[in-house]
Design a protein around this ligand. Structure first.
Ligand SMILES: [Zn+2]
Length: 79
């Protein structure tokens, strides 16, 4: 298992997600983001808007995903 925070994944808080793969942790962060969005959490809404701006092109999205995947891969395993 590895851990990354909401902030590390483009979010706005220090909530920690744990998963065995990047796909899994991305799904967890997305689910959390949607929950925060539904609650109307301002910090998360701002973070999401920033992400939206960043994700204007397929390439930008791919690049962001790959860089986060590398970050995840380079994280130490949880003990
Ligand atoms: Zn969050």
């Amino acid at each position: 298992m590895k851990s990354m925070t909401c902030k590390q994944l483009g979010g706005a808080c220090d909530l920690t997600f744990q998963a065995n793969s990047f796909e899994e942790i991305a799904a967890l962060s997305k689910k959390h983001g949607m929950e925060m969005f539904q609650k109307g959490d301002k910090a998360h809404l701002e973070a999401m808007n920033k992400m939206k701006e960043l994700m204007q092109t397929q390439d930008a999205m791919k690049e962001w995903f790959e860089s986060k995947r590398k970050e995840f891969d380079s994280m130490p395993e949880d003990k």
